[in-house]
Design a protein around this ligand. Structure first.
Ligand SMILES: Cc1ncc(COP(=O)(O)O)c(C=O)c1O
Length: 339
């Protein structure tokens, strides 16, 4: 492959961190000889104030993936099972393996959304977690809150519903009750969020879960001490400041605009692209990816290929998206099987 010019394979934010975030982190390096908090109480407090939730409902950790793994360690053991979609975020099958649990991977439905009926059919008394990414990775699709709650009613109270909202800030117009209201109604619901996507600080590894206080405490009891470091804390304060919020809103709107343009153009070229409320697109492509891949690689565009299923493309800046379009144009329309 030609050197990668446009890295669109990991659903990252295309813009570098805001200058205020960099400055805050640079300043915090002066204290690197000091430990952070033994338990990240202050850090969780910042998240709680920012999100308007009680601190007792907040669990923080090494990115949202780290918090999810802490949850697996807390509630899943050998012989248990975890129900999730396939394909989904790569970490979940891995976490099943780590926990010694059976991974019950349910293929997505034909509309590139979770097959909720089939997932419900996989739940039993040994199910400890059912994972729902909403929006979903790798497809960008969503369910409405009414659809989700209809599914939740079928989940036994002995299973945790892990609602992974890593991309929720890109889902403008998607509506649901506040997280404390959702948790009050369902103590087995855990909402997972991250600053890696819409807030653009993936390398800082800041993620959190919001959960019923008793469950949140159980997860915290399974966490390593000093789990969150001083650079993360300085970065978090800067990212959630009012000053950064306005700038991030503008960036999110720009990414969403580019996403919609890219999707419209790909549809125009004859490719089936799922409606996305994220910062990436899913091109359904069950056939060969060879010629298209060769074109994209020639242009230095790295995207994520799911052999026999599809292609996931993170939305980049305009020139990166134009390079994607150039690759698809050069490769020609999809083989009939992909349409
Ligand atoms: C659905 C989903 N959840 C969680 C994550 C992990 O994010 P973090 O960087 O917070 O660990 C990702 C990352 O790609 C993701 O796609």
């Amino acid at each position: 492959m030609t050197a990668v010019r446009y890295l669109l394979a990991q659903n990252e934010h295309p813009y570098p961190p805001l200058p205020s975030v960099r400055a805050a982190i640079a300043e915090a390096t002066g204290d690197l000889h000091r430990y952070p908090d033994f338990r990240p109480v202050r850090f969780a407090g910042i998240i709680a104030d920012w999100q308007g939730v009680p601190a007792e409902q907040v669990v923080v950790g090494h990115g949202s993936a780290g918090v999810a793994l802490d949850l697996f360690h807390t509630v899943v053991g050998p012989g248990d099972n975890v129900v999730h979609s396939a394909p989904c975020f790569d970490a979940y099958p891995l976490f099943c393996e780590i926990a010694g649990a059976e991974s019950r991977a349910v293929p997505l439905g034909p509309d590139a959304r979770h097959d909720l009926a089939a997932m419900a059919g996989q739940l039993d008394e040994r199910t400890r977690i059912v994972v729902l990414c909403n929006p979903h990775n790798p497809t960008g699709t969503v369910y409405s809150w009414a659809e989700l709650t209809a599914f939740f009613r079928q989940v036994p109270a002995t299973a945790v519903i892990l609602l992974d909202e890593a991309y929720i800030d890109f889902a403008q117009g998607w509506a649901a009750p506040s997280v404390p209201e959702r948790i009050a109604e369902r103590p087995n619901l855990v909402v997972l969020r991250t600053l890696s996507k819409s807030h653009g600080v993936a390398a800082l590894r800041i993620g959190y879960a919001l959960a019923d206080p008793a469950l949140a405490q159980r997860v915290r009891d399974h966490q390593v001490p000093y789990a969150v470091n001083r650079l993360q804390e300085a970065g978090l304060r800067a990212v959630v400041s009012a000053e950064a919020a306005a700038e991030l809103e503008t960036r999110i709107a720009t990414i969403a605009g580019e996403r919609d343009r890219l999707r419209a153009e790909l549809l125009g070229l004859g490719w089936p692209v799922a409606p996305s409320l994220t910062n990436f697109l899913w091109v359904t492509a069950p056939g060969e990816h060879g010629p298209l891949r060769a074109e994209l690689e020639r242009l230095g565009v790295a995207v994520r290929y799911y052999p026999g299923q599809g292609i996931r493309i993170a939305v980049g800046e305009k020139d990166a998206n134009d390079a994607v379009l150039e690759g698809f144009t050069q490769a020609g329309p999809p083989a009939p099987a992909s349409r």
